[in-house]
Design a protein around this ligand. Structure first.
Ligand SMILES: [Zn+2]
Length: 466
């Protein structure tokens, strides 16, 4: 009798578990137009996508029973978007400048991730990660937080600042090996590295199987071509070229493009970064009036508005200079595209004016203005980016067997790139979040930020720490 009872309980439990997992994991998007971004470059009309266990199980296959149906009629499906340049806020990230602990600050991880996933960004490359970024990544992977996949880069700089500093070749190699041992995915090189150390870092990173992305150190001023050593993987801003340009001419842009092409170095132009530097140099009102500002933590809002170096140093001359930079960056993108250098979408989200998630759509729009087709712009934020990150077997295109990182759009982005903003729902980390859910998350975040506004004045906060 006892055995029988146990048996019945076990069967009951298994049935419940089975029902639970099916209910959680099988979705079907029906009659949807799929922009696959696969190498075949096809658009599938009226397709049926089956998703379970966070994987694309089939395209135009059988529809399983008990599946949750999502009506895709008239809608467009693209792969989850990738922002290859973000700075996720962490307490320590602000703490770098602070002498003491920061007991009255704790960024809520979900609040940081909400604007990112609400914009269909399902993967980010964080370009100055710390142990706290590892914790954020872990919380997402475990499903405690709904957020993007995070790739982590260890930033190495020279000079005498804080963080990982290397001023000799040997120190550079040690820093790289430490970063590898700590679990970082990429190495970011920064502006103050000397030439010998930079060369050693790029070389050691390659030996350790890590790609290098970053700034072109100031030490290469006047001899830029020497920075293009083998395995320098990606230049992180168009600004790295424009800073070292004296003519802002198309000829110079073409010369830079050739350097990159010959060295197999990719470019993430981060056009939106310079657009925002120019905008706030013109007027702080541009930040005040930014519709997505309300999704930024109040302490960072306060920092952007009251302790903004671009506003502080603003002059009509600097505004004109940055406007010219923006124009030159457009020329750079044109020249790099023509030279066949892969161009990857990144935003530098976290810099004043650049709101994570929202900014990626701005970047896509700017890339199209600079001469990419909408198809190429989407490619730069999906498969191409995934290839550089080395995860294109898992993500970057809509194909059977790949992870279900998906963005459902109300309108066709191949006709107008701004349609990537018209999000009907997002699949991320096995979860389906429709527009209603995403909007509710955003509204809740904005409300709480607004209520807490007075608690987080940047200047009071900084004084308290002294
Ligand atoms: Zn950055």
């Amino acid at each position: 009798m006892k055995f029988r009872k146990l048996f019945i309980v076990l069967i009951g439990l298994l049935t419940t578990l089975k029902g639970y997992s099916q209910k959680q994991t099988i979705y079907v998007i029906k009659n949807v137009n799929v922009i696959t971004m696969a190498s075949s470059n096809t658009v599938l009309e009226n397709a049926t996508i089956v998703i379970s266990n966070n994987l694309i199980q089939s395209i135009n296959g059988e529809i399983p029973k008990n599946a949750t149906i999502i009506n895709g009629k008239g809608k467009w499906l693209i792969p989850g978007l990738i922002d290859a340049h973000v700075h996720l806020p962490t307490d320590g990230y602000l703490g770098q400048k602070l002498p003491a602990q920061t007991p009255d600050l704790s960024f809520n991880t979900q609040d940081i991730m909400t604007p990112i996933i609400a914009n269909g960004v399902t993967t980010v490359l964080d370009l100055n990660s710390t142990m706290e970024t590892f914790a954020q990544k872990k919380a997402i992977e475990k499903g405690y937080i709904v957020g993007p996949r995070i790739a982590l880069a260890a930033l190495i700089n020279g000079g005498n600042g804080q963080g990982r500093i290397a001023n000799t070749a040997e120190e550079g190699r040690i820093m790289v090996r430490n970063a590898k041992a700590e679990g970082y995915d990429f190495i970011k090189v920064y502006s103050k590295l000397n030439i010998e150390t930079y060369n050693a870092i790029v070389d050691e990173a390659f030996k350790q199987g890590l790609k290098t992305i970053g700034h072109i150190p100031d030490a290469f001023q006047g001899n830029l071509e020497q920075a293009f050593v083998p395995h320098f993987g990606m230049v992180a801003h168009a600004e790295e070229f424009s800073k070292k340009s004296d003519s802002f001419s198309l000829q110079e842009a073409t010369k830079f493009a050739k350097l990159s092409k010959d060295n197999d170095t990719w470019l993430s132009p981060t056009l939106i970064t310079m657009v925002w530097i120019a905008k706030q140099t013109h007027s702080i009102e541009n930040i005040k009036n930014l519709p997505s500002l309300k999704y930024v933590h109040p302490l960072l809002q306060s920092k952007w508005l009251t302790a903004n170096k671009y506003v502080k140093n603003a002059s009509p001359e600097s505004a004109t200079y940055f406007d010219n930079m923006v124009k030159f960056h457009f020329k750079l993108v044109k020249a790099f595209k023509e030279a066949g250098v892969p161009i990857v979408a990144g935003t530098d989200a976290g810099v004043s004016g650049i709101v994570a998630g929202f900014s990626l759509h701005d970047e896509l729009e700017l890339l199209v203005q600079a001469g990419l087709t909408p198809q190429e712009a989407i490619y730069s934020a999906t498969l191409l980016s995934a290839q550089w990150l080395g995860i294109d077997k898992q993500i970057g295109s809509i194909e059977t067997g790949k992870l279900a990182d998906l963005v459902l759009l109300d309108e066709n982005p191949l006709i107008d790139i701004n349609n990537t903003r018209k999000i009907a729902g997002v699949f991320v980390n096995g979860k389906w979040l429709d527009k209603t859910k995403l909007n509710a998350m955003l509204t809740d975040l904005a409300n709480r930020n607004s209520v807490n506004k007075d608690k987080f004045d940047w200047n009071t906060f900084m004084n308290k720490k002294k």
